[in-house]
Design a protein around this ligand. Sequence first.
Ligand SMILES: CC(C)(COP(=O)(O)OP(=O)(O)OC[C@H]1O[C@@H](n2cnc3c(N)ncnc32)[C@H](O)[C@@H]1OP(=O)(O)O)[C@@H](O)C(=O)NCCC(=O)NCCS
Length: 175
Amino acid sequence: MRIITSDRLLLRPWHEDDADFLLDMESRWEVVRFLGPNPTTLSTREQALASIRHRRGVDHQVYGIWAISTRDGQLVGNFALVPVPVSAGQSPGTPPEVEIGWHLHPDAWGNGYATEAARAVLDDAFAQGLTRIIAVTNTGNDASQAVCRRLGMTHLGRTTRYYDTTKELFEILPG
Ligand SMILES: CC(C)(COP(=O)(O)OP(=O)(O)OC[C@H]1O[C@@H](n2cnc3c(N)ncnc32)[C@H](O)[C@@H]1OP(=O)(O)O)[C@@H](O)C(=O)NCCC(=O)NCCS
């Protein structure tokens, strides 16, 4: 899995040594409450290790799930660029639609890190040939929608096409 860098950040594979940080971050409801169809807090180090193994398993030329750290090695969050699950009854896109997603430890909020990490991943993904990237956010997730807007993503309104639920859809194209 490749490493992606920006001025202040390094996006790299998760390591088992990161389990304590991951547990600290994802044991907090304010971090996980908008993540996935069934948000769940982590409660044990074993769960964190299993989750790290899953993240490391997404080993693809373009897609990935990265740990975000500062350039001096302080972990701050998680970044994902992955195919998005379509709802039951929806035809998958060809090529598959790809989403970006982010979450940071609350100690790292308010520094521009999510936006900076996303810009670096988007630049890298478009350079590797992706032609469209989306973000799907929960209605009411103002912080995440603010990241989408800072990135210059276009808000396409509400959709039920993904995750078997209603989401706010944002997209960005190369250039
Ligand atoms: C979504 C989330 C990552 C946003 O974090 P964030 O820190 O607000 O977003 P950014 O990293 O883009 O930082 C922007 C903030 O940093 C501030 N900032 C400080 N220094 C900055 C800098 N050098 N450059 C840019 N922004 C900076 C901005 O002013 C802005 O603050 P404001 O919202 O008070 O105006 C965070 O709220 C989170 O982890 N939420 C829980 C998980 C979640 O919901 N994930 C999304 C699921 S779809």
